[in-house]
Write a protein of this length. Structure first.
Length: 230
């Protein structure tokens, strides 16, 4: 009987954290995860938005808090969990480098909540969230305010580069060819260009002028104030 009691006393999580403390830590981690995902959604720019990333942020925050409570002050458990978690391989590509910062924010918030550092968890999240909104409002790091991605398909041997280049020069302050993708039959090619519009020009006029060229189809102009995936 004494052996059984010793086993359960040594293995249960509650020997470090009480039941009420565990519930409070998990609840705080859940709330902070929701706050982090909301800040991510509110400050996101570009085309790489992912709903699954928001859900992942919430789950990561809660799971990290749980892992920290499992470890407690037991060094052996810490090494055991490192070995167990090393088996997991994550192959998901993070499209936006800023998403990595939100993952680390979730990890830090979960660790703070899991160690019952309530003030650090809340105050750190408030400060980071405020910084995120300030950077979003000021559009910090953006080089241009009128940048676009121009995509169109042109017939090979039909429309010459000088034709659409002259139109782009008329409307754009600067331009750069980003990508050329020939079709399977070799009859057409899909071109992607980075366009910085002049202040007194209308992007709709540029799209209309390019679409009127002979042999050009599938014209699309995508706004890109910061960066987009093409």
């Amino acid at each position: 009987m004494n052996t059984a009691e010793e086993f359960f006393n040594a293995e249960r999580v509650a020997h470090v954290y009480g039941f009420s403390e565990i519930l409070i830590n998990l609840a705080l981690a859940f709330i902070l995860g929701l706050v982090i995902s909301w800040v991510y959604k509110s400050t996101h720019r570009g085309l790489s938005y992912s709903q699954s990333f928001m859900l992942t942020t919430v789950f990561v925050t809660i799971i990290v808090a749980m892992v920290i409570m499992v470890i407690g002050n037991n060094l052996a458990r810490a090494f055991a969990l490192v070995g167990a978690l090393s088996i997991i391989r994550f192959r998901t590509v993070v499209k936006d480098t800023k998403d990595t910062a939100f993952i680390f924010w979730g990890l830090a918030a979960g660790m703070a909540a899991g160690t019952s550092s309530y003030f650090l968890a809340v105050a750190g999240s408030v400060v980071i969230g405020a910084i995120a909104f300030v950077l979003h409002a000021t559009n910090y790091g953006s080089l241009y305010k009128s940048e676009f991605i121009l995509r169109f398909r042109a017939r090979v041997g039909g429309t010459q580069s000088a034709d659409y280049s002259s139109i782009v020069e008329r409307f754009a302050q600067s331009s750069a060819l980003l990508h050329v993708e020939p079709s399977g039959d070799g009859q057409t090619a899909r071109l992607t260009m980075d366009i910085v519009m002049k202040n007194d020009t209308d992007p709709n006029d540029l799209a209309a002028a390019v679409s009127q060229l002979e042999g050009v189809s599938e014209v699309a102009l995508v706004a890109s104030k910061t960066d987009v995936d093409y």
